[in-house]
Design a protein around this ligand. Structure first.
Ligand code: PRP
Length: 212
């Protein structure tokens, strides 16, 4: 009997796309898309067990082996640097990590820059690489409000369509790096479930090639 493969999927924008890939691989758990309070879903046929988690928690579940594999944005991997295998760029959830601020904001080096962000490590590495002094203000959401109300000079955040910046008179000041969803695996889980995980990767490769 095959062992259960535990899969952590990110709640939010990326979640439905990530689930769509699993479904195409025949590993979907249809109840996951229903409006219910259930937390863990099983696909008896493929012995796959899926659950939704906050994106940053996906990395924790996978790193600690509670989930064998997961789908998570590169932003989370860059910020938390979990000790996991990053096995594939899934090419979904594409966006960019940007520095943004009020139109015309100068990134001058004559004062400590106040940076509001959900990603303090990414911000510190980026500005540290430019030998810039910053003060990080860690927020948990709606980061764009910070420069509007002068909590910060700039933000470091994900930009996908650019709508949030546009609708709040903010603009991109610098691009840090492109982001997309990654397939990650727990290091021991990868060895233990090698055949099952490799079959999933092969299926994903076929789906990605189809899209080209
Ligand atoms: C993300 C990000 C931006 C927004 C960018 O926030 O932090 O606020 O999406 O997307 P856009 O370029 O398409 O407008 P999210 O919606 O995940 O919620 P949050 O602000 O609560 O973090």
């Amino acid at each position: 009997m095959q062992d259960w493969l535990n899969i952590a999927l990110p709640k939010g924008r990326l979640g439905e796309k990530a689930y769509g890939l699993l479904e195409r691989l025949g590993c979907g758990c249809p109840q996951m898309l229903e409006n219910n309070r259930k937390l863990i879903f099983e696909n008896e046929a493929t012995h796959v067990r899926c659950f939704w988690a906050k994106p940053s928690d996906v990395a924790i579940y996978v790193e600690r082996g509670a989930a064998d594999i997961g789908i998570v944005g590169k932003d989370i991997l860059l910020e938390y640097e979990p000790d996991v295998y990053e096995l594939m760029d899934l090419g979904i959830g594409k966006c960019s990590m940007m520095v943004a601020g009020l139109a015309g904001t100068q990134l001058t080096a004559d004062k400590t820059l106040k940076v509001a962000t959900k990603f303090p490590n990414i911000a510190a590495r980026y500005f540290g690489g430019q030998s810039r002094e910053i003060e990080v203000i860690k927020l948990n959401g709606s980061i764009e409000i910070a420069p509007l109300l002068k909590l910060s000079d700039v933000i470091v955040d994900i930009v996908e369509t650019g709508a949030t910046l546009r609708e709040n008179n903010l603009e991109v000041l610098a691009t840090i790096q492109p982001i997309s969803a990654r397939f990650i695996a727990n290091k021991a889980g990868y060895k233990f479930h090698y055949a099952q995980i490799e079959a999933l990767l092969q299926g994903l490769r076929a789906i990605l090639e189809e899209k080209l």
